[in-house]
Design a protein around this ligand. Structure first.
Ligand code: HEC
Ligand code: HEC
Ligand code: HEC
Ligand code: HEC
Ligand code: HEC
Length: 277
């Protein structure tokens, strides 16, 4: 305020000198986040990750959706000749693709699912370098570690075994499906009809695809045993359905009767079309 014109010029000179120094040494805070800042960006962790949009994640991680399968492995095995068993099914389409693209970008993913980054990535605690070592990670549901995905809660839902025993099927689906015309809806047009009302599934499209004569069963089975990476089945929430008996069978005692809260909100997922009924 009281500085003379002279001392003000003097101050500006200092400021310019400081700026020049900063530019030369590169020690200024730039708008580009540095690696450590980006790695520890609060968006990776609870609670911010809960409200993150795909666009926010992709601003830094665009590479996860880029096609990046090599035509052949360094040892010379061609990707096209190295199909796994689950890639021989009637519902598998196109060339080999990456894990992220199979869940977010393939025609099947776009048709049946509306997943987003945070459907699987729930954030971890940066201090949690070993499973269950911090109180916050235990609250989240356990074994997340750095990739911050809980496989038995996330992957098992679509990659578990079909629990054919509780369905009263005479044998596993691969053996008994001919007897049921490869059609789950023979029974499921009336049983457990309140289903798939979650924000990462396209419930209407699933019902339409599941009703196609001939291939419908493969679509349903695809998420309920046909691509099983696990020997166990997921204990699904048992939603009440019209015509349901009052008595709860023993195997279903203690099951939740509604999907997890975090999958019920459509606010962040306008493409989800909700439940069939
Ligand atoms: C400001 C940039 C930035 C944003 C935004 C961002 N990330 Fe990251 N993320 C990074 C960096 C940098 C790393 C460290 C990468 C490495 O070490 O290879 C990282 C690592 C990760 C990892 C691997 C963790 C590990 O240690 O292996 C996952 C998973 C991840 N981010 C998911 C997400 C998700 C999901 C979102 C959105 C909720 C997100 N990121 C948003 C920059 C970002
Ligand atoms: C189907 C569940 C699922 C979805 C949806 C998903 N991820 Fe992942 N992501 C994973 C799993 C599991 C891994 C660990 C893969 C591994 O270790 O090979 C992973 C790994 C990563 C990594 C670490 C680098 C790498 O490739 O291993 C980043 C970064 C990442 N995801 C970002 C994202 C972003 C951004 C989105 C949204 C566009 C997203 N993910 C959607 C399950 C998912
Ligand atoms: C909501 C259902 C759903 C969830 C949850 C899910 N997947 Fe999938 N997954 C699918 C579908 C559907 C396909 C087939 C997509 C296609 O063929 O285009 C698939 C395909 C795959 C493939 C085959 C990729 C390929 O290139 O052939 C792998 C591996 C896989 N999932 C692993 C996982 C893992 C690990 C998780 C948990 C992080 C997970 N999935 C969660 C539905 C799901
Ligand atoms: C013979 C009739 C029948 C057929 C065919 C059938 N189901 Fe079921 N399914 C049932 C019955 C009965 C239940 C248990 C109903 C209850 O909750 O009391 C059931 C339950 C389920 C559940 C919930 C399991 C759980 O643990 O809560 C899923 C998922 C399912 N069926 C998927 C399928 C799929 C996918 C197919 C076709 C590949 C199929 N079902 C074919 C009768 C059948
Ligand atoms: C893209 C993967 C996918 C496909 C395809 C799919 N499901 Fe599911 N299904 C799921 C997931 C995930 C859940 C658990 C959703 C939840 O937590 O509410 C589920 C839940 C169910 C349940 C339990 C219902 C309840 O009480 O909540 C039944 C029954 C079922 N599916 C039958 C079918 C039938 C029949 C088809 C074919 C018409 C089919 N599914 C196709 C992923 C799939």
């Amino acid at each position: 305020m009281n500085a003379s014109p002279h001392s003000r010029r003097h101050g500006a000179g200092h400021w310019l000198a400081a700026l020049a120094l900063v530019l030369l040494t590169g020690s200024a805070q730039t708008t580009e986040p540095d690696y450590q800042r980006a790695r520890y960006d609060p968006i990776h962790f609870q609670p911010a990750i809960e409200r993150a949009t795909d666009a926010q994640c992709l601003a830094c991680h665009a590479e996860v959706l880029k096609p990046s399968v090599r035509p052949q492995s360094p040892a010379g095995v061609k990707a096209a000749d190295a199909k796994a068993w689950y890639q021989e099914t009637s519902t598998y389409e196109g060339a080999q693709d990456t894990f992220h693209r199979r869940h977010l970008q393939t025609p099947m993913a776009r048709q049946l699912m509306t997943m987003r980054c945070t459907t699987c990535h729930q954030g971890n605690d940066p201090r949690d370098e070993t499973p269950l070592s911090s109180a916050t990670s235990q609250r989240l549901g356990g074994f997340t570690l750095r990739k911050t995905v809980v496989p038995t809660e996330t992957c098992l839902k679509c990659h578990g075994q079909m629990n054919h025993a509780i369905m009263g099927l005479p044998s596993p689906w691969r053996e008994s499906k001919a007897a049921f015309q490869n059609n789950c809806l023979l029974c499921h047009a009336a049983i457990r009809t309140t289903r798939h009302a979650v924000n990462y599934l396209n419930a209407k499209a699933i019902e339409a695809a599941g009703a196609q004569p001939g291939t419908g069963g493969d679509v349903c089975f695809g998420c309920h045993g046909g691509r099983a990476w696990y020997r166990t089945s997921y204990p699904y929430a048992r939603h009440a359905w019209p015509g349901m008996a009052d008595e709860v069978p023993d195997w279903a005692k203690g099951r939740p009767t509604a999907s997890e809260l975090r999958f019920l909100s459509d606010a962040l997922n306008p493409t989800s079309q909700g439940a069939p009924q």
